[in-house]
Ligand binder design. Sequence first.
Ligand code: PEP
Ligand code: CO
Length: 464
Amino acid sequence: MVTLTGEAAAHWRRLVAHQRPEWPGPAELGAVTDRLAALPPLVAPEESDTLTARLARAAEGKALLLQGGDCAERFDHLSAPAVHSTLRLLRQMAMILAYASELPVVTVGRMAGQYAKPRSRPTETVDGRTLPAYRGDAVNGIGFSPAERRPDPARLLRMYDASRTTLDLLRGYAHGGPGPRQLHQETLDFVADSPAGERYGALADRIGRALPRDGTRGTDSTYGGGAPAPTTEVFAGHEGLLLDYEAALTRRDPRSGRRYAGSGHLLWIGDRTRRLDGAHVAYFATVDNPIAVKLGPTATPGEALALVDRLDPERRPGRLTFIVRMGAHRVRYLLPELVEKVTATGAPVVWVCDPMHGNTFEAPGGQKTRRFGDILAELAGFFEVHRALGTHAGGLHVELTGADVTECVGGGAGLGFGDLHRRYESACDPRLNRGQALDLAFLAAEMFAARRGDAPAPPAPSGA
Ligand code: PEP
Ligand code: CO
């Protein structure tokens, strides 16, 4: 729990904020952050506390985290159907994973705030012309012109509005969206059309037999066989990259005196901004939301231990999640020491696999892509490591969309390099499309079921 004086809470401002956009003069930025500071927070402290409590279960090995959505949300692509189709997909995946693992799945959209991107290069050169890199709709425009690429603080207000609209859609969907039977029917339709349908069919049938029959949304009933019922609860999270925005939306909760980032429930620190001497770690140490940190191949056990000390000094279960993204060929030798050393301190972190960001490469046609096989291989490696150490493989963080895009290759439908041009819409990294994401859910479900050490599924409830 963090209760800081104004002075301690502002310490991060004296440190280097890596990846901070080159905003124009302080007056322009200050006018925007003053406006943000006068607006209501987008999420309530008690919602963030609920997520911490859910994640505490994952830290104990009694729940899973499923996090998914766009690499970079776009203001112009925001629509009810787009948000709903991604939510639908996340809920279908959560149902499959919950049934197979017999664990509740905590679902967090990578949405309602995922508008800022760290870049490996500050500029982009096209046909001999060099301009600032696109840093996400919250910072500048994707069009390749000096006017578009100029960082514009007014975009932070659009980020706030777009995030609020997305959260409204998310909340409305929890109450009025499809129930588990309807979602399951869509899963069955996918299985019927899938080349791997035979492999997935048995699990899909068992889920169907175990679903609540009464048409409820399943919030307080249970599946047959001991698996938790599907739930409509969903949270929102994004990379907390833009500290000017995050700080302007940070509020003290009058009931408890504790400080919360009000921009989303779960915020994470990216692999490029997790430096121990940087502003991001210092800022996130001052708020009480659940926090995640991405750990890439350069992360050392010493850094992981220091991050635990800085971000979760009280060892509060659910407070800290490590999202590891090593790459399929590295996870088996890089992950064990991290998990071992952190576990040895008794720190209750949640370990989540991001099998996307360590597996990106350039396709022959020049597009950024990822192979479904690599994504699956990294996830399998992540499971193997946790199984060997007796620790909990706590979940999955993926870039995906409910739309039928062609950005990653492989998966059941066998997309190849020649398909990438057909529907490549990501503003940044390649996402799994709906079919690829459901493929991943079924194959991950096999890993989670194997984790329990039992092959046979629970019997169908009598009368089914
Ligand atoms: C991302 O999640 O889009 C991202 C940039 O990830 P990472 O910090 O792991 O590179
Ligand atoms: Co990405």
